[in-house]
Ligand binder design. Structure first.
Ligand SMILES: Nc1ncnc2c1ncn2[C@@H]1O[C@H](COP(=O)(O)OP(=O)(O)OP(=O)(O)O)[C@@H](O)[C@H]1O
Length: 374
């Protein structure tokens, strides 16, 4: 690894720089269980790329292929900084990993933990210490150099693990659910710190999480994985607003999803028959299916409006009759469930005082209704 630059030298990569990571058609299986099924991923220098997915979707396997901890069963291209690393062992790859369980030596000092990798590489003690102190300053633990790891809190341990991964000044930092073991408040604080660190260092971060909220908050781009394949990839706003499938929509928190038959599709707008009703919405799916095919319709709870009386007719809205079912108080908002010809719909009410008392209609903008692959 290069030691000619310091953290302070970090500068943003030039626009249109070649990818720092390139994976083409990676396949991997464990004892016949397919973990990665022809996955292709690239990352730009300085990008914050998040791999999002449920448990078992292949996120960690992908990270281990990049770090060299796992050798892929088959891969077309595996390049770091433009160099083929298929035969390069983990310790010679210019990337380091931060693990969820920290993987620190508990009875060694913070300084010794952070310096460990540099010691293995044979760096002299003075340089090791200077670099460890600099990395600890980055994670705001400059006072903790001599403290034993077992005397630290969970959040402090994760910072030490981060400093240890940063100290070799890798081109890519791999983070495997690094905040998973922290409590809610600390996790939110650490998200902000990681984003600041990423900006300050200009380093490429590849971040694994199963939390859509974490992915949306932190990333330049999200790759959503499903059963070893990429379901959808794009900037957070794109995946949030325009999921391509009911799987992506549900993962991104779209509360109401129904299956229906495609009646019409033109100019980015679709009409769908669901439960004997016609619903219109924005087409956000991939390849356009044939008319009559099964598609999915989705709407977020906060997009729905409930009314006691029939709303004014509007060509820009979908309207359904409904019967009130349940109401759950959530503090900041109220979640109300209504029975409709489509099935039960969840509506989120932020202003409970002015909400319909006994709703018999639900409406939402056609632009706030998404139609996608089932
Ligand atoms: N060492 C292993 N031996 C056998 N099967 C494995 C091994 N590691 C992973 N798998 C299997 O490969 C698939 C992908 O696992 P992977 O750990 O990459 O998923 P993940 O998305 O990171 O999950 P999690 O969020 O739970 O860590 C799963 O079906 C898992 O059970």
């Amino acid at each position: 690894m290069s030691s000619s630059t310091t953290f302070a030298d970090a500068a943003p990569a030039p626009r249109h720089a070649p990818p720092i990571l390139e994976i083409v058609n990676a396949v991997h299986a464990y004892d016949g269980v397919v973990a990665l099924d022809n996955v292709s991923v690239s990352a730009a220098p300085g990008e914050f790329l998040t791999i999002l997915g449920e448990s078992g979707s292949g996120k960690t396997t992908l990270l281990r292929l990049i770090s060299g901890l796992e050798k892929p069963y088959r891969v077309g291209t595996l390049k770091l900084e433009g160099v083929d690393v298929r035969e390069v062992p983990a310790f010679q790859r210019n990337c380091t990993t931060v693990f969820q369980n920290y993987a620190l030596f508990p009875h060694m000092s913070v300084g010794a933990n952070v310096e460990y990798g540099l010691k293995v590489r044979g760096l002299p003690p003075k340089e090791r210490e200077a670099r460890a102190r600099e990395a600890l300053r980055l994670v705001q633990l400059q006072e903790m150099y001599d403290r034993k790891v077992h005397q630290l809190s969970g959040g402090q341990r994760q910072r030490v693990a981060l400093a240890r991964a940063l100290v070799p000044r890798p081109a890519i930092l791999l983070l495997d659910e690094p905040l998973g073991a922290l409590d809610e408040k600390l996790r939110v604080d650490m998200q902000v710190e990681l984003m600041q660190l990423h900006k300050q260092l200009g380093m490429t971060f590849i971040y694994i999480t199963h939390s859509q909220e974490e992915a949306l908050t932190m990333s330049d781009r999200i790759i959503l994985m499903r059963k070893g394949k990429i379901e959808q990839a794009g900037p957070p706003a794109e995946i949030f607003d325009s999921p391509i499938s009911s799987f992506a929509a549900k993962f991104m928190g779209v509360d109401n999803c129904f299956e229906g038959e495609l009646d019409a599709l033109a100019d980015g707008w679709a009409s769908v028959s669901v439960g004997g009703r016609r619903i219109d919405g924005r087409w956000t799916g991939k390849a356009a299916p044939k008319l009559g095919s099964k598609v999915a319709v989705g709407m977020r709870a906060e997009w729905l409006q409930l009314a006691d009386t029939s709303p004014e007719p509007s060509t820009g809205h979908n309207v359904l009759d409904c019967v009130a079912e349940a109401s759950i108080y959530k503090g900041k908002y109220l979640d109300r469930t209504v029975k409709t010809p489509l099935g039960p719909l969840k509506a989120r009410i932020w202003d409970a005082a002015s909400s319909a008392r006994n709703p018999s209609f639900v409406r939402w903008k056609k632009g706030d209704c998404i139609v996608m692959n089932a």
